[in-house]
Design a protein around this ligand. Structure first.
Ligand SMILES: [Zn+2]
Ligand SMILES: [Zn+2]
Length: 505
């Protein structure tokens, strides 16, 4: 039995462990003493390290450990990451990006890049990892530890550092530049993608390990850049967002990898809120921010009267907003300002504004913000009714999930996608941190079915326009979405044409 003081001490020792080791301990695969021995002898800190150590059968040789412990770790590994507490991608990016740019500015850092699930843009991120190529890791780490907002150093090894910053764990690997590319490839994962590349290599009698790609014995290892390794395997560099280990390597071999959507393809943002509903900023502040992002157009789309938001539009305030926008069009002639609305689809499938109000708007977005206790079939029916309405251009956040707490609707998405094609209704990939909706897997099915998508910020604060658009783009990239699939890569006259064509039907 632990006495109180000892227990507290042990608890805090566990809380200070890098997350993967903490969860390995929680899995019961080994005791805290064995964990300490493992960490001390091999320097492992992440699931990726553990996988590599098990792969080369190094665990069994650590004093105090044996084959049984190695097998227990191997057995715990597949589910280990699933039990790590995760933060939504938006929060992870808010922490990771400023940190990464400071890391890039440190003397001696040749390049630095995100790794792991945050680089792949997963909805929920286990821990924030980055790789910085630098000849002298110690001086980079010394400099990092002097930054004011680093709460605590959790672990420092010769070439790895685990920090607590902004209540999140950030892991930094600092390999020598000549081997940093292999480290980045390995740490970006997924494990299945790396295994896929490894078997390609072994088909040719080569070996791909976390340290790099070795061709003939005695030949130098390729490890300087990811491109170098992919190219030796006769592959183009596969974008991190689609390194799932399912069909991306086959697509790369066949030359059918998608040209993924990028920020430079985006011409405007078609979904944002102002202080006319639950947004924080004025219409003008949003317009100004969009101008500074270089957009050619934007749509102001506040909530309709029966939305559950803290504040909504009324028929009257739509008129006032129209006057505001008319004034701003004169003040900002360089950008096209669409007057729109995010209209709730009511429980009976009708829209939350009369046609008389809606037809005066430039663009109408519709959404379900509640399930109203409806069955999946009835929810789908509400969508289908709204999509057949000639004034409706776009369905926002179609699954209506709320990360991390609420799963999306369990509706028949194939029917939704078919109806979107048939009624020429656009489906959204919403970049709000709690939405990321459609998510990657569904977005991929939607565009494969022939649907057009729009990548929007659904922003409620001017300062978040850029990050939320980036989150939307990352999510779209995970869905193999190309510029040709995306409404807001098109010039404004084409968008107006598409809206007019549906209205004329
Ligand atoms: Zn909404
Ligand atoms: Zn919205």
């Amino acid at each position: 039995m632990f006495e109180a003081g000892g227990w507290v001490l042990l608890e805090s020792a566990i809380a200070d462990l890098p997350v993967d080791l903490r969860w390995l301990f929680e899995s019961g695969a080994l005791t805290i003493e064995q964990l300490a021995a493992l960490h001390g002898a091999l320097g492992v800190t992440t699931a990726a390290d553990l996988r590599a150590a098990v792969r080369r059968e190094a665990v069994r040789n650590v004093p105090g450990l044996d084959v049984a412990v190695e097998s227990a770790i191997a057995a715990a590994l597949p589910t280990l990451r699933a039990s790590v507490p995760r933060v939504p991608l938006g929060r992870a990016m808010t922490i990771a990006y400023p940190f990464l740019s400071r890391l890039r500015e440190l003397p001696g850092v040749e390049w630095a890049e995100l790794a792991g699930s945050v680089r792949r843009g997963e909805d929920m991120v286990g821990d924030i990892e980055m790789v910085a190529a630098a000849p002298d890791a110690a001086s980079v780490f010394d400099a990092l530890l002097q930054l004011a907002d680093i709460a605590r150093c959790l672990h420092r090894g010769p070439r790895r550092l685990y920090l607590l910053t902004d209540r999140a764990q950030v892991g930094i690997r600092c390999p020598a530049p000549d081997r940093a590319g292999a480290a980045l490839l390995y740490l970006t994962g997924t494990g299945a993608h790396f295994d896929g590349l490894s078997s390609l290599a072994s088909n040719r009698g080569w070996t791909l390990e976390p340290e790099g790609l070795t061709r003939e014995a005695g030949s130098p290892r390729l490890s300087e850049s990811e491109e170098q390794i992919y190219s030796a395997l006769d592959l183009p560099c596969i974008p991190p967002e689609i390194r799932n280990g399912d069909d991306e390597i086959a697509a790369a071999q066949q030359g059918t990898l998608p040209t993924l959507i990028a920020r430079t393809d985006i011409r405007g943002d078609l979904h944002m809120h102002t202080d006319f509903s639950d947004g924080r900023d004025t219409v003008e502040a949003m317009v100004e921010a969009c101008v500074s992002l270089g957009y050619e157009y934007l749509a102001i789309t506040d909530h309709s009267p029966h939305s559950a938001s803290s504040r909504n539009l009324s028929t009257d305030s739509v008129k006032r907003q129209a006057e505001d926008i008319a004034r701003l069009r004169e003040r900002y002639p360089q950008v096209a300002i669409l007057h729109g609305c995010e209209v709730d689809i009511l429980p009976d499938g009708r829209l939350d504004f009369s046609d008389r109000v809606l037809e005066r708007l430039d663009i109408v977005l519709v959404s379900l913000h509640d399930g109203a206790g409806h069955s999946p079939e009835r929810l789908l029916q509400r969508y289908l009714d709204a999509m057949r309405h000639p004034l409706v251009t776009l369905i926002t956040h179609p699954t209506n999930r709320l990360l991390p707490h609420r799963a999306g609707y369990d509706i028949d998405y194939d029917r939704l996608f078919a109806a979107a094609v048939e009624t020429r209704t656009v489906l959204e990939i919403d970049g709000a941190p709690a939405h990321l909706d459609l998510h990657g897997a569904l977005a991929r099915r939607a565009v494969a079915a022939g649907a057009t998508v729009a990548v929007d910020s659904d922003c409620h604060r001017a300062e978040m326009l850029q990050l939320q658009m980036q989150l939307g783009i990352t999510t779209a990239r995970r869905g193999w979405v190309e510029p040709r699939h995306v409404l807001n890569t098109k010039p404004i006259h084409e968008i107006r044409g598409l809206i007019a064509a549906k209205r004329a039907r």
